[in-house]
Design a protein around this ligand. Structure first.
Ligand SMILES: O=c1ccn([C@@H]2O[C@H](COP(=O)(O)O)[C@@H](O)[C@H]2O)c(=O)[nH]1
Length: 276
């Protein structure tokens, strides 16, 4: 999906919601355990219940890798289930020396090899340019680079100023801006970061930002929009647990929809306020 197509989806659906598919066998409704692939069945019903309310889905690979071969099968099927009207993001946080990164890239981008062709992948920037470039070499694909994450531990390195008068996350963005463009590079910025979005926008005024941390982690959608929205919206706000596990009963998909709808309505108001 191109940047322009993503913007059109946001305009049409009045939503910049990304539904995180962090699907945990211990948390899904018990009756699903009778299905041959309970994880896929859960995801399928969640996607069917929310696809008109969101513009992206983001399976986190950890939740699939933990189940070995069965987990990979669920992930492949889930990737194929995500509709074309939504950006498919694999949250895998990869990045290694060049030839290894090339293998990761084909694992998640090359359908002929792996059965999966996600539109985008999350990447850790720590190993530098040669660890990121193999992902950027795929046309029509996105790298979403970790910039300022939502967790407490982000203080350890990302807020360090040891290299001068700017935070490390600012240096990461400045450098990475030379590797990709606004057409193939986004940044992860946690919803818990409030006014730090102003610092992010100083360096990346036009990039899309993937923003996890609303819902279960308590980030404020209003603040994210106030400090982070740009003229193209420029935001994909992710919620995983608060949507997926809104109910543990047979009505889980219906309740997930209600939760997604509440977020979408707030997003529609924010888009209108911004004149989008
Ligand atoms: O800074 C980051 C980067 C990634 N994540 C991931 O997003 C989701 C958040 O899930 P919730 O249940 O909505 O809290 C999850 O997959 C994280 O690994 C993040 O939270 N923060």
């Amino acid at each position: 999906m191109t940047r322009q197509q993503l913007i059109e989806q946001i305009r049409e659906k009045r939503s910049f919601l990304c539904v995180g598919l962090d699907t945990d066998l211990n948390k899904i409704p018990e009756f699903l355990l009778d299905f041959e692939d309970p994880i896929f069945e859960f995801n399928k019903q969640i996607i069917e219940a929310t696809e008109d309310l969101c513009v992206a889905y983001k399976p986190n690979s950890a939740f699939y890798e933990t189940r070995g071969v069965k987990g990979w099968e669920s992930l492949v099927k889930t990737a194929q289930q995500i509709p074309n009207t939504c950006l498919s993001i694999i949250d895998a946080k990869r990045g290694d020396i060049g030839n290894t990164s090339a293998m990761y890239a084909s694992a998640f981008f090359d359908r002929n090899l792996s059965g999966m062709s996600f539109d985008a992948i999350t990447i850790a920037p720590y190993m530098g340019s040669d660890s990121v470039k193999p992902f950027l070499e795929f046309s029509d694909k996105w790298v979403i680079l970790l910039a300022l994450t939502s967790n407490q531990g982000s203080q350890d390195f990302q807020f360090s100023k040891d290299l001068g008068d700017e935070f490390l996350f600012e240096k990461v963005i400045q450098k990475a801006n030379t590797w990709g463009t606004i057409e193939n590079l986004m940044y992860v910025v946690g919803a818990t970061r409030g006014e730090s979005f102003l610092d992010i926008r100083k360096h990346a005024p036009d990039h899309f930002l993937l923003v996890p941390g609303v819902g279960a982690q308590g980030g404020s959608l209003e603040d994210v929009c106030k400090y982070g929205m740009n003229r193209d919206c420029g935001l994909l706000v992710n919620a995983s647990r608060s949507i997926l596990y809104a109910s543990s009963g047979k009505d889980f998909a219906e309740k997930a929809r209600e939760e997604a709808l509440a977020i979408q309505k707030e997003m529609a108001l924010q888009l209108e306020k911004a004149g989008f």
